[in-house]
Every structure is written in structure tokens, then in C-alpha cells.
Design a protein around this ligand. Structure first.
Ligand SMILES: *Cc1c(COP(=O)(O)O)cnc(C)c1O
Length: 456
């Protein structure tokens, strides 16, 4: 298997529109230069996120027709439970309508004020849910994972020396659990090795600390393990997944990623006592334990999607497509975070625009230019998203990135070639990228609603 074209063909199409440039400029002004405020119908290629944006298969759509909408014990739940138990081996499977609810249920049930949860890198909803319990979310990523040019195979690994030191420093009693995000979303979609998972698990368990995976992109992580970790070269993806989950006590999962579904998620644990506590909470905030905030048909679509996402040809194609976009950008001498991760390409804006003043938001300015020049939507992960401090001051983060997240099974290589050509256009005429200033902002999570203007 080397280059593999899309291992699917088109059966239903959705029309997308390339608005003329004048209209795009008008939309930008109406949206106060914030792409979150542009209606999706006015975007030609939407690389805002890979979450919940997957194209479902004919098999999943057929599954929707098989929804059993009984309040209690619908058949789709049993299939959902069996499927997840078969992949993960976990005892208790608790449905939730998306990943952050699974996190909320886990942390409200397992954490006390002042506790610590360590991870390679906590995703922002995970961090927020831990902090909501007045506990601390601590990131202990390997140093290679922080260097955008390091070619290390497993830049998502957790630093075991730092873990050991941290346990010594605060004491195991203050750390009810460790986590690992696979692949590491906030760290560029970089994978974690099975060797690292195993050693981390041994270390935590030696101290009586449990281990949970943030498993949103576990299938993509398993594919990288198969490619890069010699011991698993001949294993199936499913066996690698089973092996990975074996060393852990449970997981949280957003089925909007490797569940290939538009909504859904779950929490799984081997701890019966904890499961009972979580189930009580589930009934309070999500619903009865056999639907957990989802319709029967959605449970069916998620279960079928989870099975499809373990298909090695699909994963090969998926990772290859992301890598191809990275190669197209690099051919045009656009600097990206190396090596490409599983779900997105990140452009390194500090190298791309070395002379653009950081306080005039170069990453955000690139996303505006990509829309104006090509009707393409991307996201800034830089000063606007991360710079605002609780006291209202702004600290410019070390990295300024623009993320091009690739929805699963949605766009063809031709779409991505088009995206790369627009990037090339703004690279060749950097005057198209205009400095910005903020007109209005919210005190937290400002990127969703911020209003800006271009500085003439
Ligand atoms: C998306 C995501 C979540 C949260 O899932 P939602 O379904 O969006 O609530 C948690 N962790 C990671 C790593 C994610 O990518």
C-alpha cells in the first residue's frame, strides 16, 4: 500500500459555493473579520475543524433508519455497548452526547478540590472541566513535542521523568488520575507510542493512580503506532487498539472524531463504583443510561462509525491526505509544523511572516486573507485564541499557528490542491495579509466572538 486514492466513491453530493471576491470582502466586514461569524454556506472549503464534520457512509445512513427510539434499553444501545467493549475491553460503557460531557461526568465524580490531573497535553475542554472542579490540569509533554521542527516519531509522548518528579513533588494522594490525549490534539495531532503508554501506566499504577485516555483520535494514533513502532508492524489496527486500552482504566471519547459521526461520545471505565456514581450523574444531566443524550439512531451511527474508523485502508488514506496537503504547502515553501499529524496541518506563522508585528495578529490576518482570496476557512491558534489573560492583559504566545483541519471523508485531493494554491497566492503577495486591531472582545474565549478591523 503506497499511494491510495480515496477508498470510497461519491453517492450523494452537497453543493458548495465559491462566492465572488467582492462578496467575500463584504462578508468579512459584516463578520467583523471573525471567521466564526461567517455562515458556513458562504465558505467554499471549510477547514475550521475535523470535529463532527465527517461524511457518514451509506452504512451509517442506513443505520439511522434502524433507530429504536424506546426510552429504555433500545437495541442500538446494546450494539453500541458491544462494539465499544469489543474495541476497548472496558467493563462499563456510558453514553454521552459529546466528549466534554464524558469529561464533566468523569471529573465531577472522581476529583476533589486541589487535586491534580497530569497528561501529555490537556485539550481545552478537558482542562476547563478539571479546573471547574477547582483541580489543576498539568501538562508534561516530552520536549520534542514542543519543537515545531523536531522529526521525532512520537511527539505526543508524556515525559516519564517529569511524571515521576511530579508525583514525588505533590504526592500520589493528590493525583487521582493521569490522562493521555491520543493523538495529542493541542500538540498538533502528534501520536503517542505504545511503549510510552505502557511505561506511563506502570508508573502510575505503582503509585495507585489510575490512567484514562482522552481517546478522540485513538484509531489515527493506532495507525501511527503500526507505521512507526516496529513491534506492532504486523498487528491489525484493532489489536493495537485493544493493546493500547489494556494498560488503562478507562477513557473519554468524542465520537465526532474517530467515531465518524456528527454527534456522540462516551465514557468507559473498569471501576464499578465510579461507574455507579457517574451513572447517577448521567441521569441528572444527560438522560437514561441506555441513551445518554443521544437518539437511538445516533447510537447506531456512532457504533457503525467506530467500526469503519478501524479500517486500515481508510486510515492510510486519511493520514496520507493530511500529509499530502503538508507536502503541497512545503513545495510552495510555506513552513509547517513537522511532521504532519493525524488530522490537521499547522502553518508556522512566525517563520511565514517574520516581519509582521505580533501585536497586529499575523495568524488571524492569514485566516482573513485565506477567506478573502479563496473562500477558505481556517483557524488561528495564536495570540487571539491564547493571548488574553484573566486580568485583561495580553501575552503573546511563543507559537503563532494557523490550523488547516481536515474533515474525514469530505474533501478530495483537488480541494486540498486548491487550498494550497490560495496559500501560495498570499505567500507570493504578502500585501494581501493585513494587520488587524481589536474593536471589541469578550473577557474569556475571545476568539469565538471577537470583533476586529483592518489597519489601513
Ligand atoms: C474534541 C475533543 C474533545 C471534546 O469533545 P467534544 O465532542 O467536542 O465535546 C476532548 N478532547 C479532545 C482531544 C478533542 O479533540
Amino acid at each position: 500500500m503506497d499511494f491510495l486514492p480515496e477508498p470510497y466513491k461519491t453517492k450523494t453530493v452537497e453543493r458548495i459555493h465559491l462566492l465572488p471576491r467582492e462578496k467575500r470582502q463584504r462578508k468579512l466586514i459584516e463578520a467583523h473579520y471573525n471567521l466564526f461569524k461567517i455562515p458556513a454556506a458562504d465558505v467554499f472549503i471549510d477547514l475550521l475543524t475535523d470535529s463532527g464534520t465527517s461524511a457518514m457512509s451509506d452504512n451509517q445512513w442506513a443505520g439511522l433508519q434502524m433507530g429504536d427510539e424506546s426510552y429504555a434499553g433500545c437495541r442500538n444501545y446494546y450494539f453500541f455497548e458491544d462494539t465499544i467493549r469489543n474495541i476497548t475491553g472496558f467493563k462499563n460503557i456510558i453514553p454521552a452526547h459529546q466528549g466534554r460531557v464524558a469529561e464533566n461526568l468523569l471529573f465531577t465524580s472522581a476529583l476533589k478540590k486541589g487535586d491534580y490531573v497530569i497528561s501529555n497535553t490537556h485539550f481545552d475542554t478537558t482542562r476547563a472541566n478539571i479546573e471547574h472542579q477547582k483541580a489543576h490540569a498539568v501538562d508534561l509533554l516530552v520536549e520534542e513535542g514542543k519543537d515545531p521542527q523536531s522529526e521525532y516519531d512520537f511527539k505526543g509522548n508524556i515525559d516519564l521523568d517529569k511524571v515521576e518528579d511530579f508525583i514525588k513533588k505533590v504526592g500520589a494522594k493528590k493525583i487521582p488520575m493521569g490522562m493521555l490525549t491520543v493523538t495529542n490534539n493541542a500538540g498538533g495531532g502528534q501520536p503517542v507510542s505504545l511503549e510510552n503508554i505502557k511505561a506511563y501506566s506502570e508508573l502510575l499504577h505503582k503509585h495507585g493512580i489510575s490512567l484514562y485516555l482522552d481517546a478522540c483520535r485513538y484509531a489515527e494514533n493506532c495507525y501511527f503506532i503500526k507505521q512507526r513502532e516496529a513491534a506492532y508492524r504486523d498487528w491489525t489496527i484493532k489489536d493495537i487498539a485493544r493493546e493500547m486500552f489494556k494498560y488503562t482504566d478507562g477513557c473519554t471519547m468524542s465520537a465526532k472524531k474517530d467515531g465518524l459521526a456528527n454527534i456522540g461520545g462516551f465514557l468507559a471505565t473498569n471501576d464499578d463504583k465510579l461507574a455507579a456514581k457517574i451513572t447517577n450523574m448521567l441521569i441528572l444531566i444527560e438522560g437514561f443510561p441506555t441513551y445518554g443524550g443521544m437518539a437511538g439512531r445516533d447510537l447506531e451511527a456512532v457504533a457503525r462509525g467506530l467500526i469503519e474508523a478501524l479500517d486500515e485502508e481508510y486510515l492510510h488514506y486519511r493520514v496520507q491526505q493530511v500529509k499530502c496537503l503538508g507536502e503541497l504547502l512545503e513545495e510552495a515553501e510555506i513552513p509547517i509544523v513537522r511532521p504532519p499529524g493525524g488530522h490537521a496541518i499547522y502553518v508556522d506563522i512566525n517563520s511565514f511572516l517574520p516581519d509582521f508585528p505580533r501585536e497586529k495578529y499575523p495568524g488571524w490576518a492569514v485566516t482573513v486573507a485565506m477567506y478573502r482570496e479563496g473562500c477558505v476557512r481556517t483557524t488561528e491558534i495564536g495570540t487571539i485564541m491564547q493571548g488574553l489573560q484573566p486580568d485583561g492583559t495580553e501575552i503573546i504566545p511563543r507559537l503563532e499557528l494557523v490550523r488547516l483541519a481536515i474533515p474525514r471523508r469530505v474533501y478530495s485531493m483537488a480541494h486540498l490542491q486548491y487550498v494550497a494554491s490560495i496559500f501560495k497566492k498570499i505567500k507570493e503577495n504578502k500585501k494581501l495579509i493585513k494587520p488587524l486591531r481589536i474593536k471589541w472582545q469578550a473577557p474569556v474565549m475571545r476568539h469565538f466572538t471577537v470583533e476586529l478591523e483592518e489597519i489601513p
